[in-house]
Design a protein around this ligand. Structure first.
Ligand SMILES: NC(=[NH2+])NCCC[C@H](N)C(=O)O
Ligand SMILES: [Mn+2]
Ligand SMILES: [Mn+2]
Length: 313
């Protein structure tokens, strides 16, 4: 057991949700990671696990579209808002018990609920968002209308929650200075201008190549956590990884993080002793052949273990 981090209880939350994007199957990841023995793996690292269960949500199929019509081109807004509200409440309760909140997605629209629910109870929280995408589209800038491309804009209040049906309950408490990106390589034009306009810190794959992952993580921490005294939420979209190593995900982009770079990020965050929230998002067991699915599930598990201290002496 490492000296760097007290072994808090880990609250495990399964977010069986796919309504933030069009591809079915991503809601099955929590069960698949359980089958891969994620609970035992976390316990084996010395943590207590408070299993908060898997939470399923009605699927936003065409038959339901009259109950949840698009807002402009934003799809399934009430369905996503409702799922987010439920996960938000569960996350908030876990944080109040001082547990490490560990959410297995589900699509990344739930990032609004995990980071938002966490920040609501830990005001000094900062966030490291590891992703090929910035997920910072607003209702204005989104081209796809898929809400998994929008959680960060709502989280930071750049997109007013009150203007999206289903999100009226959400109260933004984080700012553009509280979040840092690693792994970006596929930005929409509108996202690019939002990031520039607010001077947000983003380490793209270009920066990973240029400085190396060690420097990048240090610079990311120096930005959001210069005194290393703020609790950290690590929201990890597995599409940040190269599709060669994590193929079973809905929006793959070539040129991603290597296996080691991805795991290094988790290890370095663990090493700070400040990790209080972790999301493993966008694993989709319906995409790819058996080996690809097994590899992607296994990587979801190994990223988790690294963030909880497995690979450090
Ligand atoms: N969480 C994700 N995988 N997001 C992908 C978003 C892709 C694109 N930027 C969009 O808005 O649709
Ligand atoms: Mn994402
Ligand atoms: Mn992504």
């Amino acid at each position: 057991m490492s000296a760097t981090q007290a072994k808090r209880t880990v609250a495990l939350i399964g977010g069986e949700f796919s309504g933030g994007q069009p591809k079915g199957g991503v809601e099955r990841a929590p069960k698949m990671m359980r089958q891969a023995k994620i609970v035992d793996q976390v316990k084996a690292l010395g943590y207590e696990v408070n299993d908060c269960g898997d939470h399923a949500f009605p699927s936003p199929d065409a038959a339901n579209s009259s109950a949840d019509p698009p807002a402009g081109i934003v799809k399934n807004p009430r369905t996503v808002g409702n799922a987010c509200k439920q996960i938000y409440d569960i996350v908030q309760a876990a944080v109040k018990r001082d547990e490490i909140v560990y959410t297995i997605g589900g699509d990344h629209s739930l990032g609004l609920a995990t980071v938002g629910g966490h920040a609501a109870s830990r005001p000094n929280l900062c966030c490291i968002w590891v992703d090929a995408h910035a997920d910072i589209n607003t209702a204005e800038t989104t081209g796809s209308g898929n809400m998994h491309g929008m959680p960060v804009s709502i989280l930071l209040g750049l997109q007013k929650p009150q203007d999206i049906p289903g999100f009226e309950w959400f109260n933004p408490v984080m700012t553009t200075a509280d979040i840092v990106y690693i792994g970006l390589r596929d930005l929409d034009e509108g996202e690019r201008s939002i990031i520039r306009k607010f001077g947000m810190k983003a380490f793209t794959m270009h920066h990973v190549d240029k400085y190396g992952i060690g420097q990048v993580v240090q610079m990311a921490l120096d930005h959001v956590n210069p005194k290393r005294d703020r609790p950290i939420h690590l929201s990890f979209d597995v599409d940040a990884l190269d599709p060669a190593i994590a193929p079973s995900t809905g929006t793959t982009v070539r040129g991603g993080l290597t296996f080691r770079e991805g795991h290094y990020i988790c290890e370095a965050v663990y090493e700070t002793g400040l990790l209080r929230g972790l999301d493993i998002m966008e694993v989709n067991p319906a995409l790819g052949n058996d080996k690809e699915v097994a590899d992607t599930i296994a990587i979801g598990c190994s990223l988790t273990r690294c963030a909880l201290g497995e690979t450090l002496l």
